[in-house]
Write a protein that binds this ligand. Structure first.
Ligand code: PEP
Ligand code: MN
Length: 339
């Protein structure tokens, strides 16, 4: 249920409503709007009609049911797009597009520092790099783990770029959160509900990738798992889905971008690297994603893709990435966005 407070309602009234929601066995989530606050009361769907009694409380405008199965992620609860602060100078979801770039995996100090400097110079605003890698094969490179996190922190110190890196299980989530500015949940873990709940309890923005066979509704339900634990800072990422097509690694579902924008207030970015699996197609799909309304991109860039430990074939060399950024500047202008 959504409890809509009257415009200018007193804080005392809001606190009373929150108290009552808890007494009734529901979890309150306050969403501050420009003119009024709304409070989402989430919990057992079956007994939710008891919340209707809140309508008679002081300062309450009305109580309305949330019809979608995802509640906090839905536009029914919050119509204005969410802007998610990452650092004091960077946010995701505002007018400025965010470009996260860097290698698939952190491999060595030289590799991550060179990548970080190159993507920063080209205009990227976040450094990506996996320290814990969820690989399809147990024999593939699994990442440098904590040493990789330390190298990412070093690259951040050197360039000032905040860092996004993947969390693969609840046991190492606190460790990753000590180093990362944004916690990435990968496609393979996008319905690992224990992990989603765990990052929901941490105070760091979460980049949630779409699972490879996930419907949009399932994607938003995964976001809901994170948000229902108290963390509203979720960034959605379309990274390609499995289809019958084999000419590309995945099929980047560009239509997911406007569809998600219609259904949720959360920012949406696109990953054309995993979306195509081939560096030749990354520039075209990056431009297309921005034109489709994405709030940003996450792109794999490697100084020596032929020797990369993972995802070399889809990684751009720094020079190609820099020229892509030039093209993106023109597209972002046409879309009335800054880059
Ligand atoms: C990655 O970002 O390197 C990655 C493993 O992505 P995904 O989870 O989308 O496959
Ligand atoms: Mn990768």
């Amino acid at each position: 249920m959504i409890i809509v407070m009257k415009a200018g309602a007193a804080k005392k009234d809001r606190d009373e409503v929150i108290k009552r929601i808890k007494e009734l066995g529901y979890k309150p989530h306050v969403i501050h709007g420009t003119t009024r606050d709304v409070i989402g009361a989430v919990g057992d769907e079956r007994g939710k009609l008891v919340l209707q009694s809140i309508e008679s409380m002081h300062g309450v405008e009305n109580v309305v049911p949330i019809l979608k199965p995802y509640k906090l992620a839905s536009k029914e609860v919050k119509f204005e797009p969410s802007v998610i602060p990452v650092t004091s100078s960077l946010a995701v979801g505002g007018k400025r597009l965010v470009v996260m770039a860097g290698p698939c995996s952190v491999e060595s100090e030289a590799q991550i520092l060179e990548s970080a400097k190159a993507v920063k110079e080209a205009g990227a605003t976040v450094l990506r790099g996996g320290a814990f890698k969820p690989r399809t094969s147990p024999y593939s490179f699994q990442g440098l783990e904590e040493d990789g996190l330390k190298l990412l922190a070093k690259a951040r110190d050197l360039t000032g770029l905040p860092v996004v890196t993947e969390v693969v299980n609840p046991e190492t989530a606190d460790l990753v959160a000590e180093y990362a500015d944004i916690l990435q949940i990968g496609a393979r873990n996008s319905q690992n509900f224990a992990l989603l709940k765990k990052v929901g309890q941490l105070k760091k923005p979460v980049l949630l990738k779409r699972g490879m066979s996930m419907t949009i509704q399932e994607f938003l339900m995964s976001a809901e798992y994170i948000m229902s634990e108290g963390n509203q800072a979720v960034i959605l990422c379309e990274r390609g889905i499995r289809t019958f097509e084999t000419a590309t690694r995945n099929t980047l579902d560009l239509s997911a971008i406007p569809v998600l924008k219609e259904k949720t207030h959360l920012p949406v970015i696109a990953d054309p690297s995993h979306g195509t699996g081939d560096y030749h197609y990354v520039a075209a799909m990056s431009c297309a994603a921005v034109a489709a309304g994405a709030d940003g991109l996450i792109i794999e860039v490697h100084p020596d893709p032929e020797r990369a430990s993972s995802d070399g074939p889809q990684s751009l060399k720094p020079k190609k990435f820099a020229s892509l950024m030039e093209r993106l500047r023109k597209i972002s202008q046409a879309m009335d966005r800054d880059l």
